[in-house]
Design a protein around this ligand. Structure first.
Ligand SMILES: Nc1ncnc2c1ncn2[C@@H]1O[C@H](COP(=O)(O)OP(=O)(O)OP(=O)(O)O)[C@@H](O)[C@H]1O
Length: 220
C-alpha cells in the first residue's frame, strides 16, 4: 500500500485518569508505545475505551496524568502532538452530501495533505472502495462509511492512530482489510491505540492489551 515510513517514535502515558458524570472511569493508567507497536483496548460497554481515546486525542479533558511524545512532556492541545494523530471515532465526521472521494479530499486538505490520486488508488483498492467512493456518502452503507473513515486515517500520513471500534459494521473481508492496514502501519513504524469488542488480526508480538473493565488502576 506504500505510504509514509516512521521511525523512533515514542509515546508515554502515565498516571492517566478520567472522570465522567462524577464517576472515576480509570486512574493511574499507564502505557508506552514505540514505533511499530499497538495497544488494544478491551472492556465492557461503558468501561471507558472511547473516553480514553478521546482524552488522548484532546477531545475530552482528563483529570490527572502526564503525556510525553519523543521523550518530551506535551499537552494534548500542543500542535506538535496533534500533528501526529489520526483519530477515528464512532462518527465518520464526514458530509453525507459530498461523495466519498470529496470527503477524503476535504479531510486531507484540512490536515494539510494534498490529494495524490496515485497514492490514494492502492488504499481505495485495498479497502474495496473503488466502486463506491464516487457516490454521495449519504448513499453508502455503514460498513462502506467505516472503510472510508479508515481510508482517511491511512492517507493522513499520521504516525499515531487512535481508532474507536474501527471494526464496527465491517464484514469479514472488511475485518481482514483492517488487519492488513493496521499491520502495514505498524510495519512502517507507526503506532496505534485501538478499542474493539472483537479480535483484531494483528501481529501478537507487537500488540498489548489493556482491559478497562475490571481494574481502576491499570498499568500496561
Ligand atoms: N456524552 C457523554 N456524556 C456523559 N457521559 C458519557 C457520555 N458518553 C459516555 N458517557 C459515560 O462515560 C462512561 C464511559 O463511556 P465510554 O463511551 O468511554 O465507554 P466505552 O468503553 O467506549 O463503551 P462502549 O463499549 O459501549 O463503546 C459511561 O459510563 C458512559 O455512560
Amino acid at each position: 500500500m506504500g505510504g509514509v515510513a516512521f521511525s523512533s517514535l515514542h509515546l508515554a502515558v502515565s498516571g492517566w485518569g478520567c472522570v465522567r458524570n462524577g464517576r472515576v472511569l480509570f486512574r493511574q493508567l499507564a502505557f508506552e508505545l514505540a514505533s511499530g507497536q499497538a495497544l488494544v483496548l478491551k472492556g465492557r460497554n461503558g468501561a471507558g475505551k472511547s473516553t480514553l481515546l478521546r482524552s488522548l486525542a484532546g477531545l475530552l479533558p482528563w483529570r490527572a496524568g502526564a503525556l510525553s511524545w519523543g521523550g518530551q512532556s506535551v499537552r494534548t492541545s500542543d500542535a506538535a502532538y496533534q500533528q501526529q494523530l489520526a483519530y477515528l471515532g464512532h462518527q465518520a465526521g464526514m458530509s453525507d452530501a459530498l461523495t466519498g472521494l470529496e470527503n477524503l479530499q476535504f479531510a486531507l486538505a484540512m490536515g494539510g495533505i494534498a490529494w495524490n490520486p496515485a497514492q490514494a488508488a492502492p488504499v481505495l483498492r485495498a479497502l474495496a472502495l473503488n466502486e463506491v467512493a464516487s457516490r454521495p456518502l449519504g448513499r453508502l452503507s455503514q460498513g462502506q462509511r467505516r472503510r472510508l473513515g479508515l481510508a482517511r486515517v491511512v492517507l493522513s500520513e499520521r504516525p499515531v492512530w487512535l481508532l474507536d471500534e474501527p471494526d464496527s459494521s465491517l464484514d469479514d473481508a472488511g475485518g481482514a482489510c483492517l488487519g492488513q492496514v493496521l499491520t502495514a502501519h505498524l510495519a512502517a513504524g507507526g503506532m496505534a491505540v485501538v478499542a474493539t469488542h472483537h479480535g483484531l488480526a494483528l501481529p501478537q508480538a507487537l500488540t498489548r492489551t489493556l482491559d478497562l473493565s475490571a481494574p481502576r488502576e491499570t498499568t500496561c
